[in-house]
Write a protein that binds this ligand. Structure first.
Ligand code: SAM
Length: 241
């Protein structure tokens, strides 16, 4: 087996995931398509094979350490970009209904090619700003879990993400290790939007010197109708006291 595939298998094993041959092939096709398309479109700054495997693929599925995705039915990935973390989660949990949202259509077009090539099912692409999509009744408070990586600070991101989550559902935010202040300053927004931080968990990214923080937010109340505010406002004027 070539080095990259061995690394993928080993790193997945370290987070208790036993990849099937089909899943390894799917990740590999995804890697090849990502690197090829990246030559003509800005999809990722990371192109080295080992780095894509660890910093995109394994990082995307690292959330299995903090949440049992087998227990849910629907998941939305807000600001998915080239498909992270949504596509790797879909490969690992093929039964999940997954929706990927991004405001850049050309990235979604790339993901459409990946979905066809990998023969992924039960996956929906939505082109739009999270602030607009979250006001659509087909998406508002319709998901068991929302995930998002590298899209905005937690305060802004909460306004993008919490409106998508059903009451009793979760918003799992992928954050870097140094975000204590960011978490503190987002607490007010999270409460207003109907959420509550239930845990902050640090997990080591296998085969790297990186630690990732997952902020685990539970939706305890419906999001008031006023949120999310008009597209652009959550970023320009984050919801603060
Ligand atoms: N989540 C991916 C990852 O971790 O590699 C992509 C991260 S990229 C830095 C941020 C992505 O979020 C971009 O593709 C951008 O178009 C999208 N984005 C930013 N603001 C958004 C919004 N308000 N609604 C939808 N997508 C948004």
């Amino acid at each position: 087996m070539r080095h990259g595939k061995e690394l993928l298998k080993k790193a997945a094993n370290e987070i208790n995931i036993e990849l099937t041959d089909l899943q390894i092939d799917q990740f590999y096709k995804y890697y090849e398509m990502l690197v090829e398309k990246n030559k003509v479109m800005n999809l990722t700054a990371i192109v080295d094979e080992d780095e894509v495997i660890i910093k995109h693929f394994i990082d995307s599925i690292l959330s299995v350490k903090v949440f049992d995705f087998n227990k849910i039915d629907s998941l939305i990935d807000v600001g998915t970009g080239a498909g992270f973390p949504g596509i790797p989660l879909k490969i690992i949990f093929p039964e999940l209904n997954i929706t990927l949202v991004d405001s850049l259509n050309k990235r979604l077009n790339f993901i459409k090619e990946v979905i066809d090539e990998l023969k992924l099912e039960k996956i929906t692409l939505v082109h739009g700003r999270a602030e607009d999509v979250a006001r659509d009744k087909n998406h508002r408070e319709k998901y068991d879990v929302c995930v998002s990586r590298a899209v905005a600070n937690l305060c802004t991101l909460s306004e993008y993400c919490i409106p998508f989550v059903k009451v009793d559902g979760k918003f799992i935010s992928y954050k870097s290790s140094f975000s204590d202040e960011e978490i503190e300053s987002a607490k007010y927004a999270i409460k207003v939007l109907g959420g509550e931080i239930i845990s902050k968990e640090e997990e080591h990214l296998p085969e790297s010197d990186i630690d990732r923080i997952f902020i685990n937010i539970k939706k305890i109340n419906n999001t008031p109708k006023a949120y999310p505010r008009k597209a652009g406002t959550p970023n320009r004027k984050p919801l603060k006291k």
